[in-house]
Design a protein around this ligand. Structure first.
Ligand SMILES: CC(C)(COP(=O)(O)OP(=O)(O)OC[C@H]1O[C@@H](n2cnc3c(N)ncnc32)[C@H](O)[C@@H]1OP(=O)(O)O)[C@@H](O)C(=O)NCCC(=O)NCCS
Length: 229
């Protein structure tokens, strides 16, 4: 239904299942994920339930949960560029490195090898075999991973934004809609977490345990060595 409303076309059953897998993969990543943590915190502050959900949603941006949009734009552009420039992947990396940027869809604070990625590659592989997707964007994504790993001299993981981007490119989803789609996906986890936190009865749950030593003053020190108020 989401794809039909957005693109005005129907997916085959297998394609729809693959698209659903993308939504499932992004739905939750535990209480430490910024969008989930923010929603849980909001739920303890006496706001309405929809405000708690919106707080989580509003954490989604280019760095967390929203890298999929730029990743898709890069994959679409690279596919086009590769038709007349076989070094298109390297050229893009050179451009990103020259401005000290990061390649969207790669890297993860918790995973050296994001387990969601191999599973989604596996599921997508079944549709490549039946010809329901071409696999072109999945190949370009893997090429980016290999080239990025070479440049960084370490294994760089594709993250959930990266693999979601490649699959959605395979299905012809517009990049501009990707953040909204991820918000729907993560929205499922946010609703469940916010509800759980709301039911716990905890009030004003801060971003870290309420222990003074965890919050360090880094401003100007007083002459006597003490901290300024
Ligand atoms: C997700 C992210 C914030 C995780 O960062 P992190 O685990 O704290 O990684 P670090 O910032 O410590 O980077 C470690 C090294 O890998 C490099 N690196 C990490 N992600 C990179 C990326 N996407 N592109 C290029 N280099 C990257 C860093 O430059 C750093 O290299 P250095 O040691 O030579 O300085 C980071 O990988 C990123 O910004 N990725 C792009 C945005 C993205 O895809 N977000 C979706 C996350 S699910």
């Amino acid at each position: 239904m989401l794809y039909f409303l957005l693109c005005g076309r129907h997916l085959s059953d297998a394609q729809a299942k693959l698209f659903e897998s993308v939504l499932v993969a992004g739905s939750d990543h535990g209480p430490r994920a910024p969008s989930i943590a923010a929603a849980r915190m909001a739920a303890t502050c006496g706001v309405s339930f929809n405000s708690a959900v919106a707080t989580g949603m509003n954490m989604l941006g280019d760095v967390h949960g929203g890298a999929v949009e730029e990743a898709m734009a890069i994959l679409y552009k690279t596919e086009d560029n590769l038709k007349h420039n076989e070094t298109a992947v390297d050229d893009k990396l050179t451009e990103i490195f020259s401005r000290k940027g990061k390649l969207p869809g790669f890297g993860h604070q918790l995973h050296d090898d994001d387990p969601r990625v191999s599973r989604l590659y596996e599921l997508a592989g079944e549709l490549i075999e039946t010809g329901e997707i071409t696999g072109t964007y999945l190949d370009i994504l893997a090429n980016y991973r290999d080239r990025l790993s070479e440049r960084k001299n370490r294994k760089m993981t594709i993250n959930v934004d990266g693999i979601s981007a490649a699959i959605q490119c395979e299905l012809g989803v517009p990049a501009e809609a990707a953040k909204g789609i991820f918000a729907l996906s993560r929205g499922m986890g946010i609703v469940a977490h916010a509800y759980e936190e709301m039911m716990s009865g905890v009030r004003i749950k801060g971003p870290c345990p309420n222990e003074e030593h965890l919050v360090r003053y880094t401003g100007i020190q007083k002459q006597d060595g003490g901290e300024r108020a």
